[in-house]
Design a protein around this ligand. Structure first.
Ligand SMILES: [Zn+2]
Length: 150
C-alpha cells in the first residue's frame, strides 16, 4: 500500500470515481459529461442526475475557475489537518460551470475572496493519488510571493 505523505485520509476510489482519480493522477482535471443530454456533473456518479443515463465521457477541464464561496479553518485537531492550519476550504466554480469542494492553496487566507480567479494545482499525496487543489491565477502584476512553498 502506498504511504501517505500528508497524514490526511485518502480518497476512497470506487467504480464511480475511478476515472476521475486516474485523471488526477495524470494531473488532468476531468468531469463527467452525459452523452445522452449533455449535462456536466461533479462529483462522479454512475448515472446522470438529469436523465439517469449511464452513458458518459470524461471531459477535460481547463483547470481554471473562480472562488464561489469559502471558509477559513483555524482550529482542527485532527492529525494531518492541524499541521495545515489555517487552511481555506472553498467551493470553486469551474469555467465549465460545475462546482468543486476544494482547498485554496499558495495564498494567505486573508487574501482569498469571492470571485478570486484560480487554477488547479495537483498535490501528489501518494504514488496513486493526486489531489486537485486551487491556487490564485497569476493575474496582472505578479504580487510577489510564490517562492519556496512548503
Ligand atoms: Zn443526462
Amino acid at each position: 500500500m502506498a504511504e501517505r505523505r500528508s497524514g490526511k485520509p485518502l480518497p476512497r476510489v470506487d467504480e464511480e470515481s475511478k476515472g476521475y482519480w486516474e485523471a488526477c493522477r495524470r494531473h488532468e482535471l476531468r468531469i463527467q459529461k452525459c452523452l445522452s443530454c449533455g449535462t456536466l456533473r461533479h462529483q462522479p456518479r454512475a448515472v446522470c442526475t438529469n436523465c439517469l443515463s449511464s452513458d458518459v465521457e470524461w471531459l477535460l477541464c481547463s483547470g481554471r475557475g473562480e472562488v464561489y464561496t469559502f471558509t477559513v479553518t483555524y482550529q482542527n485537531q485532527t492529525p494531518g489537518f492541524r499541521e495545515s492550519l489555517p487552511y481555506v476550504l472553498a467551493y470553486v466554480t469551474l469555467e465549465e460551470g460545475v462546482q468543486m469542494l476544494t482547498n485554496v492553496v499558495d495564498c494567505p487566507p486573508d487574501q482569498v475572496r469571492i470571485g478570486l480567479p484560480v487554477e488547479v494545482a495537483f498535490e501528489d499525496v501518494t504514488d496513486e493519488i493526486a489531489i486537485p487543489r486551487f491556487r490564485p491565477r497569476g493575474g496582472s502584476g505578479g504580487g510577489g510571493g510564490g517562492g519556496g512553498g512548503a
